[in-house]
Ligand binder design. Structure first.
Ligand SMILES: [Fe+2]
Ligand SMILES: [Fe+2]
Length: 357
């Protein structure tokens, strides 16, 4: 369950080619479209291949950047609803309870950070060109959908660990303070930093999907994976909005730094509370895993942050994690459903249990 393709295999197989051929953003000439599709899928296979056998340094040197034809994903608002029944256990990962603690801590931030970002971007809409304005609206739609789903999930988490409401109050105050006391330029710059972390989280997660999500609750797993997938999809928009509406270098640096530090701090605070409440604080294996994950995430995050502050940087230069993109293609807009995580490869057929609103 949940294993990656063997080194050298194409994660999407022929489906990958077919889907790319049908994708709208490619040139109208069919032979050119097919050729570009093949290049894109070959790149996906190369990323998957390196992921199966990553070596320090090589990973970023060879796979951090995308070829230009990969700059094509625009956000799509998917109204997926995640339902948790009365028996749902907020510590949703029996094999890795400490991972559930970290993930739940990240989830707690979303109803505070994402509406703050959405309101900032909404203020900038009149300053944007028509195309970017439409993308920004879709970006806002995705973020508001994310926070709404996390809010319902968080109610269950806080219900079991009421001390987390203290962290929630601190986050509410912090983001309200930023919105009312900082410039629009800073508030818009906060978003690219937030997106860089989210994008890095997706890359880091994709490298160990099976390890992190096998044996976990499938609905909770799907909530986090769906969110990460859409974070990859809209990784460019916040950057483009900031540069169209402001572009001030100092704001960009302070926004990036603030978002990174804040998200790490709030995640760390909530994680300690959850570890304590779930009696994981004295478990050495939990700390060992947290250390390994932190180290691995930092190893992914720092190069991404470094690249992100380079003058010639654009987020579309960063290679998309493959699995998420293929999984999102399984979304059915008619039934507003997406396959639940079940450890399989992200191929849409045969039919699997779906989330339906
Ligand atoms: Fe989001
Ligand atoms: Fe986002």
């Amino acid at each position: 369950m949940g294993s990656y393709p063997e080194a050298g295999s194409n994660p999407g197989g022929n489906d990958c080619l077919v889907k790319r051929r049908l994708a709208a953003p490619y040139p109208s000439d069919s032979s050119e479209a097919l050729e570009q599709s093949q290049i894109l899928c070959a790149d996906e296979a190369r990323v998957a291949d390196s992921r199966s056998n990553p070596r320090i340094g090589e990973y970023y040197l060879s796979n951090l950047t995308n070829p230009p034809m990969c700059h094509v994903m625009s956000p799509i608002v998917r109204s997926v609803t995640f339902r948790f029944d009365a028996s749902f256990e907020p510590s949703w990962h029996p094999r890795l309870p400490e991972f559930a603690c970290v993930a739940n801590s990240v989830s707690l931030i979303m109803p505070y950070a994402e509406p703050y970002i959405a309101r900032s971007v909404r203020q900038a809409l009149p300053l944007l060109g028509e195309d970017l304005r439409e993308e920004a609206k879709a970006y806002i739609g995705q973020e508001m959908q994310h926070q709404a789903q996390h809010r319902k999930f968080n109610d269950l988490v806080v219900g079991q660990s009421p001390r987390l409401s203290r962290v929630e109050r601190a986050m509410a105050w912090t983001f309200r303070h930023l919105e009312t006391h900082r410039s629009l330029s800073f508030n818009l710059a906060f978003a690219p930093g937030f997106e860089t972390l989210a994008y890095t989280g997706a890359r880091w997660t994709e490298k160990q999907l099976g390890h992190l999500f096998d044996d976990a609750d499938p609905v909770a797993s799907s909530l986090f994976l769906w969110h990460l997938a859409e974070e990859v999809e809209h990784k460019n928009v916040a950057y483009d909005v900031f540069h169209a509406a402001s572009g001030k270098k100092l704001s960009y640096l302070t926004g990036m730094l603030s978002s990174t530090l804040m998200l790490i701090f709030f995640t760390w605070w909530s994680t300690w509370i959850l570890l304590f409440d779930q009696r994981q604080l004295l478990r050495p294996a939990a700390h060992w895993h947290l250390f390994l994950w932190s180290f691995g995430f930092a190893f992914d995050l720092f190069p991404a942050l470094f690249v992100s502050i380079m003058p010639s940087h654009h987020p579309s230069d960063l290679a998309d994690p493959t699995w998420f993109r293929l999984w999102l293609e399984c979304y059915d807009p008619k039934s507003r459903s997406i396959p639940l995580w079940n450890g399989s490869q992200p191929v849409c057929e045969p039919a699997r249990p779906c989330l339906v609103e």
